[in-house]
Design a protein around this ligand. Structure first.
Ligand code: CTP
Ligand SMILES: C[C@](O)(CO)[C@H](O)COP(=O)(O)O
Length: 403
């Protein structure tokens, strides 16, 4: 989704429960149990810290779990600066209210409230919920239609009746709301002594706020019992990593001038690259390579050369935009590699600084960034110093389903 059409969201992740139905375990309550080698809550936080509309993330934890939470947070991959922990209460409802109160000064317009123990939430569901909020909905509930036949138990372990399942849905999280609407509803429920709501949509319903249903994902299960944790662990341990590689190519003409910008670095030279933006071929090729890893089109789709706002633009804007798209779709950039094909200026003395710039722009470590250069042996248009070309490759691992 285009950045300018995105909402400003806070996120409350409730993690203060004791997980009694799952049973006790040396790793602690179920949100700290390891699935696929990492704590459940680390998987959950990964998704939100890499989802760009999430401006503030409040994890609501139990006062006994501060050390467990700090250790789990250390395993989260992404911008953890946005995550703050507060203590919850004796019920889920009280924990949610503690999380909402912690967001009051943040100025966010919307809030997503999510169970820490639903680690398989994916960015596609978050985007779908956000899209519904952006149409003006004040409460949005992801839910899946019930597919089993439902029975109500009667006396002596026998069926009392069959419950018609038409129109019945199982509620999931994250449930999303206009922030001040749900805060006010939660505060009012607490003042009225109501402590029996099992989800936040029910509080919105009680407050008379219409709740929009959107389609949840069957994968987004809540880990409630020991068997759920076992199945989650098997699922993550058995799954193949979703590794994708994209490539990109770009070329720009050299004309008389005072220097060229390559990998975001200005190199004084007796020529310049001509183009609509700063004509940084290296960043253009790498932008295309990143977009290719998730089928997100090419640089021209996102930044049309016909659009005057990109005239003379620094190409880091394009690269950072592509990196954001990748992260929003659950991708982790593993590697970025650029080959420059230029007769002059000499790239070798500037390679280290160029790699450093790529690492900064992409938010990844230096050893994952590579810049190489070759001449064209004085052959063809590059050999005649009429242009510079770049070829780039990016490797991205997608942690969550793209669909
Ligand atoms: N006082 C509570 C109770 C629950 N939760 C959170 O609400 C989510 C959904 O609750 P549930 O699955 O019922 O978790 P527990 O209450 O921990 O489980 P149990 O009822 O088996 O003890 C969990 O992420 C849980 O940590 C919370 O923050 N504060
Ligand atoms: C909020 C919830 O995940 C919606 O399905 C669910 O109600 C929370 O679990 P609990 O067992 O009711 O605490």
């Amino acid at each position: 989704m285009d950045k300018k059409n995105r909402s400003s969201c806070g996120v409350v992740i409730v993690a203060a429960g004791r997980g009694e139905r799952a049973g006790s375990h040396p790793d602690g309550p179920k949100q700290y149990r390891r699935i696929g080698g990492r704590p459940v809550i680390a998987h959950t936080l990964d998704v939100f810290v890499n989802w760009s509309p999430a401006e503030r993330i409040v994890a609501v934890i139990h006062p006994d779990d501060s050390d467990l939470f700090a250790a789990a947070l250390a395993e989260v991959e992404g911008d953890k600066e946005r995550v703050k922990a507060v203590f919850g209460g004796s019920s889920r409802q009280r924990s949610v209210l503690a999380g909402l109160e912690a967001l009051t000064a943040s100025g966010v317009e919307h809030v997503l409230i999510h169970d820490a123990v639903r680690p398989f939430v994916g960015p596609a569901l978050l985007d779908c919920i956000e899209a519904s909020l952006l149409t003006g909905e004040r409460a949005v509930l992801p839910a899946v239609a019930v597919t089993d036949t439902l029975k109500r138990a009667g006396a002596n372990g026998c069926v009392g009746e069959t419950v018609p399942r038409a129109g019945l849905f199982a509620a999931q999280t994250p449930q999303a709301f206009h922030f001040s609407t749900i805060l006010e509803a939660h505060r009012r429920a607490a003042q009225d002594g109501r402590d029996d709501f099992t989800d936040d949509a029910a509080i919105a319903e009680w407050a008379g706020v219409p709740v929009r249903l959107v389609e949840g994902t069957p994968d987004n299960v809540k880990l409630t019992l020991q068997k759920d944790i076992t199945m989650a662990d098997e699922r993550l341990s058995a799954s193949f990593p979703d590794v994708r590689t994209g490539n990109g190519y770009d070329v720009h003409q050299l004309v008389p001038g005072d220097g060229v910008t390559l990998c975001g670095l200005f190199l004084p030279h007796d020529q310049k690259l001509s183009g609509h933006s700063d004509a940084d071929v290296a960043l253009h090729a790498l932008t295309d390579a990143l977009l290719a890893t998730c089928g997100a089109g090419d640089i021209g789709d996102h930044f049309p050369p016909s659009d005057p706002q990109w005239k003379g633009a620094a190409s880091r804007i394009f690269l950072e935009h592509a990196a954001r798209i990748v992260r929003d779709r659950g991708g982790v950039i593993m590697n970025a590699d650029v080959s420059l094909i230029a007769e002059a200026p000499k790239i070798g003395p500037h390679r280290a600084e160029m790699r450093q710039k790529l690492a900064e722009m992409l938010g990844i470590s230096l050893d994952r960034c590579s810049v190489k250069a070759t001449t064209n042996e004085q052959i063809g248009f590059i050999g005649r110093r009429e242009g510079i070309a770049a070829i780039a490759t990016a490797t991205v691992v997608y942690r969550n389903p793209l669909a």
